[in-house]
Design a binder for this molecule. Structure first.
Ligand code: ADP
Length: 268
């Protein structure tokens, strides 16, 4: 609590008045705390691959200098670590750009079915690497508006990449685009609009993690998420894009059955 005391006219003394201003700073403190945590987490995430790069550079300059085979292997690892740093920086910059524009709603119109088809096509190699497939259930001619095609493409990419990364090897991902009226799952707000669904048949997410998944750098399994190439920012980016569209996101998951991510968007 912050307290401001302002003497009023007539000044203190007999019959004097004092104006007390009390302001609740709990929320400000929480925001400051979150920012500090975010900077600490981001630094830590960047420092880990950097430490690995520095270590390998020293090894290549010293003990492994004349060992061609070891050098080639180390360079491979270094390339991976550098790539991880690049992805992290891209996601950090992406997130801050989205945050800056979050209060200005988008202005375009986006054919969600066409966008979904294009994103799935572009993911061919990633799907093939995990022997996964996408089953599309997309009604034609559904236009999200007001909407930003680049940002909604990113939403689709992040959700699909997660479904591939954390889903079952050889699994099937269901990708749906439908009118909200036609796909009313339980507890979903009954509002006209469009619903984008990405569902996997992977191991699922334990219930206690669900409310925290969209926090920056939150991972259910830290080691696994990193090794699989995730930055821990994917769902935070999705959340901010959905907020900018004045949309809503819902996550459902059942262990051993799979996870379903639904995004509600306004329609033209
Ligand atoms: P990451 O870059 O680590 O994938 P995200 O923000 O995209 O970060 O996701 C946060 C965490 O949520 C992941 O680390 C993973 O533990 C969990 N997660 C996301 N999508 C799925 C999914 N489809 N199935 C199981 N777990 C998931």
């Amino acid at each position: 609590l912050r307290v401001h005391a302002v003497p009023m006219d007539p000044p203190l003394g007999d019959g004097g008045r004092l104006l007390l201003l009390l302001s609740d700073r709990t929320r400000d403190r929480a925001v400051e705390r979150m920012r500090a945590d975010f900077v600490a987490n981001a630094s830590h995430e960047l420092r880990t691959p950097l430490a690995s790069l520095i270590g390998f550079i020293e090894t290549l300059r010293g003990p492994a200098e004349d060992d061609r085979e070891a050098s080639a292997r180390f360079l491979g690892i270094m390339a991976e670590q550098a790539d991880r740093m690049r992805r992290l920086i891209d996601d950090l910059l992406g997130l801050s750009r989205i945050e800056i524009t979050e209060h200005q709603p988008p202005t375009g119109r986006v054919d969600l079915g066409a966008l979904a088809a294009a994103e799935v096509e572009a993911m061919g190699p990633i799907l093939a690497a995990r022997d996964a497939q996408v089953a599309m259930d997309v009604a034609p001619g559904l236009i999200a508006s007001p909407a930003d095609a680049g940002q909604l493409g990113q939403v689709l990419r992040n959700l699909l990449e997660n479904a591939v990364r954390y889903g079952r090897e050889g699994g099937t991902i269901r990708l749906g685009v439908a009118r909200a009226e036609d796909t009313m799952p339980p507890r979903w707000p009954a509002r006209p609009g469009l619903v984008l669904t990405v569902a996997d048949d992977g191991p699922g997410i334990p219930r206690q993690h669900l409310p925290r998944l969209t926090e920056r750098f939150y991972r259910v399994d830290r080691g696994r998420g990193r090794n699989a190439g995730g930055t821990g920012l994917g769902l935070a980016i999705v959340k901010h894009i959905v907020n900018r569209h004045r949309g809503q996101m819902q996550i459902e998951s059942e262990e051993g059955v799979g996870s379903t991510f639904r995004v509600w968007l306004p329609a033209a």
